[in-house]
Design a binder for this molecule. Structure first.
Ligand SMILES: [Zn+2]
Length: 407
């Protein structure tokens, strides 16, 4: 390989697969599963009151809208609890903190059980699409006011951040597939760009552990972060997270992004002991949400009018335009990614070499049926990049980069 090649890696959901991260449509299953079945190997952290409230808010919303279950009774108990909790602030004898938490735990378990029994199959994408339509049309979503929708949306995003970072935290960061990829990066592409469609913090955590410098391509004016590593060699990897990240939180007061240490972002939003504080404007809020999770879904892109994402997407465009060689790693080029597909098509030069690295399941040779073949990623790549030279690899990215390292 020519070392002067300008390389771009595009990472998709398949890149997070070896870390067994729940992909977005599985997050509800994660929520519904009994914690004991899920996390056999470690003791789950005690769930905070904030976490339980978010769980119940989202659970009630799902039961009411996507099942036949009548949850009026649970809704009432939850509202009653909220009222008691409000009075507790004036008179501590109304409901002790422990008693409140206990009641929340019982209610949470009842709701989880109902969700499990109702066999709910709605995808997070569907729920978010409903929210976005509400914003765009300023209509009421079913019977709910937009303020209530905001609350549910923020709660569901927070839960998502929680489950996601729990998994990231349990990852050992010595997984061989990733080590091969990051060694390749260190040795052959220390100046490359990585465009990630994923929200997890696997990439930055591996980069930090491998002592590789990276730049999130966020303009200084828009974010604040504790401790930044500066490059001694002058070599920096651009890491462009076009759909946001689970450890990015936008302050609703000053608009700046707070970037939180990746190991603590799961508890950050659900910590009962500390108040939500913006690191930039130093504003603190006790009750309402102050920090808004920055997780962007493809449907949200359309309604977003934010300088942050405009900048991120133009950094991605610039990197793609300059690229001689693009590796698509675990990215299936999903139809739903309309805007990103458009960006790829507009920016990638006809002369750029393309490698697509996926898994056996994506290999069109696994099936004889031409209709099935047409549904697999290879067809979408060939259609979108008709003029480019494309090579497909179906042994997973770990073995692909290991082979490249060996020579
Ligand atoms: Zn702020």
């Amino acid at each position: 390989m020519d070392k002067k090649d300008r390389i771009v890696f595009v990472l998709g959901a398949g890149f997070s697969a070896p870390a067994k991260l729940p992909i977005q449509d599985r997050i509800l299953q994660e929520m519904i599963q009994k914690p004991a079945d899920e996390f056999l190997n470690y003791t789950p952290e005690p769930e905070s009151t904030k976490f339980l409230k978010s769980f119940i808010t989202v659970g009630l919303f799902l039961l009411q809208n996507y099942t036949t279950f009548d949850c009026a009774e649970y809704k009432e108990s939850f509202e009653e609890l909220a009222l008691k909790s409000k009075y507790t602030k004036l008179d501590a004898s109304v409901l002790s903190e422990d008693a409140e938490k206990n009641e929340l735990l019982i209610l949470r378990e009842k709701i989880r059980d109902c969700l499990e029994k109702s066999n709910i199959h709605v995808s997070l994408e569907d729920v978010f699409t409903s929210f976005d339509k509400t914003y765009q049309s300023r209509e009421y979503f079913h019977r709910f006011s937009s303020q209530y929708v905001d609350e549910i949306k923020e709660s569901i995003t927070r839960l998502f951040v929680y489950y996601f970072s729990k998994r990231c935290k349990n990852h050992t960061y010595i997984e061989s597939d990733y080590l091969s990829f990051f060694s390749y990066l260190k040795n052959y592409a220390p100046n490359s760009a990585i465009i990630s469609t994923n929200w997890d913090v696997l990439t930055e955590t591996y980069l930090e552990k491998q002592k590789l410098c990276y730049d999130l391509s966020l303009n200084d004016a828009y974010y604040t972060k504790d401790g930044t590593i500066t490059s001694k060699s002058g070599k920096t990897i651009k890491l462009i997270k076009i759909h946001g990240s689970i450890n990015w939180f936008r302050c609703l007061n000053c608009g700046k992004i707070n970037i939180v240490n990746s190991s603590e972002c799961g508890n950050y939003l659900f910590d009962d002991k500390s108040k939500e504080t913006c690191k930039s404007c130093r504003i603190t809020k006790n009750t309402d949400f102050l920090l808004q999770s920055q997780i962007i879904t493809p449907t949200m892109m359309k309604s977003l009018n934010s300088q942050l994402y405009t900048n991120l997407w133009s950094s991605a465009r610039e990197a793609l335009q300059k690229a001689d060689h693009i590796y698509f790693v675990g990215y299936s080029l999903p139809i739903a990614d309309f805007d990103f597909r458009y960006l790829l098509h507009q920016s990638i030069s006809d002369k750029a070499k393309i490698d697509v690295i996926l898994y056996h399941d994506d290999d069109p040779n696994q099936t004889e049926k031409s209709k099935l073949k047409d549904l697999l990623p290879e067809k979408r790549y060939r259609d979108l990049f008709a003029k480019n030279h494309i090579d497909f690899h179906y042994d997973g990215f770990g073995s692909f980069f290991k082979d490249k390292l060996l020579g």
